[in-house]
Design a protein around this ligand. Sequence first.
Ligand code: SAM
Length: 260
Amino acid sequence: MAGLFDKQAEIYSDSRPTYPSEWFSKLAALTSQHSLAWDAGTGSGQAALAVAEYFKQVIGTDISEAQLKHATQHPRVKYIHTPLSLSDDELVTLIGGENSVDLVTVAEAVHWFELPKFYSIVTRLLRKPGGVIAIWGYNDMEVSPTFDPVMKRVRETTLPFYDPKAQCFLDGYRTLPFPFESVGLGSEGEPLQLDIQRVMSFEEMVRGLRSSSAVTKAKDQGVDLLPEEVIKELESAWGGPNVIKTVTIKAFMLAGKVKV
Ligand SMILES: C[S@@+](CC[C@H](N)C(=O)[O-])C[C@H]1O[C@@H](n2cnc3c(N)ncnc32)[C@H](O)[C@@H]1O
């Protein structure tokens, strides 16, 4: 699994979106204290940096050393490589110990995790009461009536290359187990739908597509899902290679606290 993300680490770090600052102010307002946050599956720190605006210390962890190598440094963010071989006790100690974490975030990554193990670690780590976990992802974008059907066809070609684990990501986390008590930002089976507005060049949009795990996996199997003719078709539907567009990324979030 780490290998899948190692290969795309560089392109990932400069192509993936950051998240709206209002999300983090809302989450920070829900936690009773602001000492420690944990961003799991941090990648190159897309969410960790924003969390650091509200929390004194953020621990960003990832199983991929290559992703962490490209992470943006910040005085309040400490990145830690956490291979799958770590025991639950080791992980809990590394992050800060039982009952120590005010906010756990997982951005565009939880569908890769072994969920019962992860949720058990989160339950141990979160401050009780007062700690909050928030997970989110995004799986689609809206650009224009001309572009969207072309992108839909391209996305359909990627589906056979998604790991079965990613199924709940494709359905917008509607089928993702989330055994926490709702704090008003989505709940198990009913994720909160959110939009991320981004101004993007055609090249940035294509780099984001290329960083997808399905595109990487297809390439490993000798299948190029983005050959020249597909790129040309996308480019023409976009309006040309130099056109800048406002894109709406379709995101979904679930947040909660430990059930008592
Ligand atoms: C799609 S990236 C998301 C990165 C970043 N959080 C973001 O918002 O863009 C998924 C990340 O999850 C990491 N990952 C996958 N399985 C993991 C696991 N079991 N524990 C920790 N990280 C994991 C991958 O190495 C990768 O960096």
